[in-house]
Design a protein around this ligand. Structure first.
Ligand code: FAD
Length: 391
């Protein structure tokens, strides 16, 4: 049986980043992807993803700070510009489930430049927004955008260039831990690896349950919509930042990015579906809700042009899961809980360090598998609204 130091299962953003870092360290690595590389059935396709340090928890602010360094390293290595800085706004209605104070305290604790703005101050600088009274806004100049599909492709290409063996269209069927690693069984034969990194997002429990383990995960179909503003120039990234509305229902959006449209979406659609149940058909109810929000908050956003579906697999408290399975320590899990793209090169580096060195210098203390199985409260305390698929 072919022997590798590390096997990576799943070549979305997180698995591709882990394979990239492992190969760059000269480790023998094989990576499996059940579909074609760059497919659109998971969580890592399409164009833009927000990068930011503006979180309401210092641990995430510090991890995001590491990510900016790791993105810079990745761009220097690949020679590709994968990120652009646009500035970013986080809108937090007073009295809602989120508090601007948490964001200000976290950013202060880590020393991230930011401003706390009133609706009038926001409107003066960004007249494209119309905010009601009672909304506090956090502005961070370091927020921006990374290109999802291009970043994943760059990681995969450079992983291969550094010796990684990538087997796409090769689903891993099961994992059999033994005394010195794990037998990885795929539909194209078995290999043995000293360590396995599971970066399989919504599909993770399908491989964990036969091992007597599982992680609480809520999977849902997300959707993002591209709007066609009358005056697209007003939404150019020199004049319009990335933005997030943090409330019972959260929304987020982007300036124009490679086309004269602006993308926006509701975060956490609660349109519950397993990967097998995915319809890939956008929900008209979610689109209507988003249009109403956009008309009220960004009156010039224009008509919806197209809607793309995607997938979330979130832990109940929206914390990441990064670490070994207690029952099988040679199997490492990497789960991004629907907000990990900005951390991609860092989570990949951390998973590689855990596989090779057994430790990492980044603080991942609250991201253990045990903490996921027994959640004590994370970055998103909103209750998950359990509703059948909206449509
Ligand atoms: C609409 C949307 C908007 C988002 N916006 C942002 C944002 O602005 N900022 C941000 O930071 N994050 C954002 N995210 C979250 C971010 O994109 C995800 O956290 C990240 O892409 C997760 O990557 P992943 O590699 O874990 O998952 P995936 O990309 O889903 O990869 C998992 C891979 O594992 C493969 N796999 C599963 N089982 C097997 C098996 N048995 N054998 C072989 N392969 C297998 C799957 O086919 C898949 O390719 C967004 C996500 C969505 C859906």
């Amino acid at each position: 049986m072919k022997q590798f130091d590390v096997a990576v299962v799943g070549m979305g953003a997180l698995g591709s980043a882990a394979a990239y870092h492992l190969a760059r360290r000269g480790v023998s690595v094989v990576a499996f992807e059940q579909f074609e590389l760059g497919h659109v059935r998971g969580a890592s396709h399409d164009t833009s993803r927000i990068i930011r340090t503006s979180y309401g928890a210092p641990q995430y602010v510090r991890l995001a700070q590491s990510s900016y360094r790791d993105w810079a390293e990745l761009e220097a290595t690949t020679g590709e510009q994968l990120t652009v800085i646009t500035g970013g706004l986080v809108f937090i209605p007073i009295g809602g489930p989120f508090s601007a104070r948490d964001f200000v305290d976290s950013l202060n604790e880590v020393g991230i430049p930011h401003e706390l703005l009133s609706p009038a101050q926001v409107h003066e600088r960004w007249p494209q927004f119309s905010l009601p009274d009672g909304v506090e806004t956090i502005y961070t100049p370091d927020s921006g955008i990374t290109h999802a599909a291009r970043s994943v492709a760059a990681l995969q290409m450079h992983a291969r260039m550094n010796g990684a063996v990538i087997r796409d269209r090769t689903p891993v069927l099961s994992l059999d831990p033994d005394s010195d690693g794990v037998v990885v069984r795929s539909d194209k034969g078995d290999i043995h690896a000293g360590k396995v990194i599971l970066a399989t997002d919504a599909w993770t429990n399908a491989l964990l349950e036969p091992l007597g383990a599982s992680i609480p995960l809520i999977t849902m179909q997300e959707q993002v919509t591209y709007f066609k503003p009358q005056d697209a120039g007003a939404y150019d990234r020199e004049r319009f930042p990335v933005w997030i509305w943090e409330d019972t229902h959260c929304f987020y959006g982007f300036p124009t990015y490679g086309e004269p449209t602006i993308k926006a979406a509701r975060d956490r659609s609660d349109n519950l579906m397993t990967p097998e149940e995915r319809t890939f058909v956008p929900s008209p109810e979610l689109l209507q809700q988003l249009e109403e929000f956009m008309n009220a908050t960004i009156p010039g956003s224009g008509e919806p042009l197209r809607t793309v579906t995607c997938q979330y697999a979130i832990t109940p408290d929206r914390n990441f899961v990064l670490g070994p399975l207690p029952e099988h320590p040679d199997i490492l899990v990497g789960l991004g809980a629907g907000h990990a793209f900005k951390f991609t090169p860092t989570i990949g580096r951390i998973l590689a360090e855990l596989a090779v060195d057994g430790e990492t210098s980044d603080d991942i203390s609250t991201f253990s598998v045990q903490a996921a199985v027994h959640p004590t409260g994370g970055v998103d305390s909103r209750p998950v609204i359990v509703e059948q698929s909206l449509s």
